[in-house]
Design a protein around this ligand. Sequence first.
Ligand code: NAD
Length: 332
Amino acid sequence: MNITFFSTHPYDREFFEKGNEAFGFSFTFFETHLGPHIVKAVDPTDAICVFVNDKVNADVISILAEKGVRVIALRCAGFNNVDLQAAKAHHMQVCRVPAYSPEAVAEHALALILTLNRKTHKAYNRVREQNFLLHGLLGFTLKGKTVGVIGTGNIGASFCRIMVGMGCRVLAHDIRENPDLQSLGVTYTSQEELLRSSDIISLHCPLMAETHHLINSKTLHWMKKGAMLINTSRGGLIDTDAVIEALKDQQLGYLGIDVYEQEEKIFFRDLSQSIIADDSLQRLMAFPNVLVTAHQAFFTREALQEITQVTLSNVQDLLQHQPMRHPEALLV
Ligand code: NAD
């Protein structure tokens, strides 16, 4: 059984080749993303394995069908880049990895908070240049601060537990309340009340029509002046232009993002020798109180092992018509 991978980096190969010792698939790796430009060059294969920025639209799927593809395996949770109806029409099955190490993402949100607050990235460079002054490094004590968490699913719940452990007062907003979190002292409230009361706001809800630009010029002005905003979920939750204005007039005190509205053509690439045409990203990176990481919150050894294990189990179960070990992974 052959799986053809797209958008692969050395770490994908390393983890999948190691994980495959227990499965015995034959692999073909492409570094390029999947799209109309490459699909005709793909050799016949039983399954394809794709990531967040691969384009698996109806045209691509109809050519994949001619190549004998029976399974489309996403090695991520989101599936907005796959035309599920077209896959169904061509009798292909589509699966994903619904949850992998939510703690990895929650811990990265904490890393963004601590770095922005205590400025360890600046201190590191300063000390290396033998400047031992503390000017400009003043932070605040997290204990006792109010942290607002929007979306308390797998990742948001883990993040709530971390922040309770840090001694923070935790407010939450979700369409479903989690009683386990309430018993830890987390208080559910409206989105407006959460934004008005929190010193730090962290976004952990999915990107959907209702949550698109959840953070906009109106909601930014509900926030406390100087509040910190953290987004490790999806870039489209934040209206980038509104956030830039709020940073310029100092309404927003800090911004930590692992995801960006227009990240598709930028993240997961080395553009160090290129001119980046995205003025909004360049403007964001010019603020001293903004920290951008390039969609790395999931990127831990444990999460990659989980992604590998679940993806290969999904493909094996579907190709061999066995009951799925991860039934919640099946989309079509
Ligand atoms: P999840 O499905 O377990 O939780 C999402 C929560 O959001 C649910 O509790 C849901 O009820 C809630 N929600 C839905 N609509 C809402 C709304 N309008 N207002 C408030 N809450 C709402 O998902 P998860 O595994 O916790 O992942 C959360 C998000 O994190 C994903 O959507 C994904 O975009 C992102 N993510 C990012 C990375 C990364 O590396 N940066 C990795 C994995 C996931």
